[in-house]
Write a protein that binds this ligand. Structure first.
Ligand code: G
Ligand code: G
Ligand code: G
Ligand code: MN
Ligand code: NA
Length: 252
């Protein structure tokens, strides 16, 4: 596969970069950031992650890539801590990476190597991971939770209708998929789903991050519903670490 070979070279050549998208509370105060991978080819063209992550997952490249993301998160946390603006950082963990037999050991090794606090890391996982191989998933989540790592369900609401995992798994957060947010508060059905997720999360004691907030109307609707955390272009775009440091440094 041409893209697979190209990605392997890109990883070696440093063509991959992490961007950071701030998450805010209802007062627009930053409360965390998600790391999002970017691949800029030598010719300047961009390859979107939804294009190359599946390629990395189909080969073994997602393993070194995933380790690199975790190291980037730990390094970024230290950089933010140095300017007095440490924030919890969320990383997307591929099910392929999570299923590696030595995944927990590898996470521990990177934490030890970088000295970053596990309690400042949130692993975003998919509903698919949570409903397959439940015994292994649960055992690993408990090991990682014991280290201090927290778990978030990414793209919540788009995966499966079986919600049994919500009562079994040690979860910290749900991320409402942007497909629901983009139609709220105009579309009745999407709004009903968002409201149900907020209500359920409240009863389960889970934090909520609403993704894809692009309009004041969406933000106002969430504020009125009790103020979930928000992530979206209305507040912050994904940006390189240097810019993130500059922006956070300028705030009181
Ligand atoms: O910005 P956006 O186009 O970054 O992300 C598209 C998709 O790619 C998202 O669904 C996200 O989960 C995935 N993605 C982005 N960065 C990473 C990463 O570092 N690791 C993994 N596994 N997936 C990522
Ligand atoms: O991992 P996940 O699928 O949650 O990645 C988040 C994706 O959402 C990334 O592709 C990111 O660039 C994108 N994103 C973040 N904020 C917005 C937004 O306000 N609108 C849209 N359309 N996409 C967003
Ligand atoms: O700015 P960035 O490269 O992170 O943007 C990631 C993707 O999101 C790109 O495909 C870009 O076209 C798209 N995008 C950037 N800003 C917006 C926005 O305000 N609204 C929507 N819907 N998409 C955006
Ligand atoms: Mn995500
Ligand atoms: Na998502």
């Amino acid at each position: 596969l041409a893209l697979e070979r190209e990605l392997a070279v890109a990883l070696d050549n440093g063509e991959l970069a992490m961007h950071f998208q701030l998450q805010v509370d209802h007062q627009a105060t930053p409360v965390g950031a998600e790391l999002l991978m970017r691949w800029r080819r030598a010719d300047g063209s961009m390859v979107r992650p939804d294009h190359f992550i599946p390629v990395a997952e189909a080969s073994s490249l997602i393993i070194p890539l995933g380790h690199w993301v975790l190291r980037e998160a730990c390094a970024a946390w230290h950089a933010l801590d140095e300017i007095g603006r440490a924030l919890p950082l969320s990383i997307n963990v591929s099910p392929v990476q999570f299923r590696q037999p030595d995944f927990v050991e590898k996470v521990q090794a990177i934490l030890a190597e970088t000295g970053a606090p596990a309690s400042q890391l949130i692993f975003e996982v998919t509903e698919g991971l949570l409903i397959e191989d439940i015994d292994q998933t649960l055992a690993r989540m408990h090991q990682l939770t014991a280290l201090g790592i927290r778990f978030s369900v990414d793209d919540f609401g788009t995966g499966y209708s079986n919600l049994a995992y919500l009562k079994k798994m040690p979860l910290y957060e749900l991320k409402i998929d942007k497909s629901f947010m983009q139609e709220a508060p105009q579309d009745h059905n999407s709004t009903a789903i968002v409201q149900s997720i907020l209500s359920m999360a409240g009863h389960l004691g889970l934090r909520v991050v609403a993704e894809g907030i692009e309009t004041e109307a969406q933000a106002a609707y969430l504020a009125q519903q009790g103020g979930a955390c928000m992530q979206g272009f209305l507040y912050h775009r994904p940006m390189p670490l240097a810019l993130l440091i500059e922006q956070l440094g300028q705030r009181p």
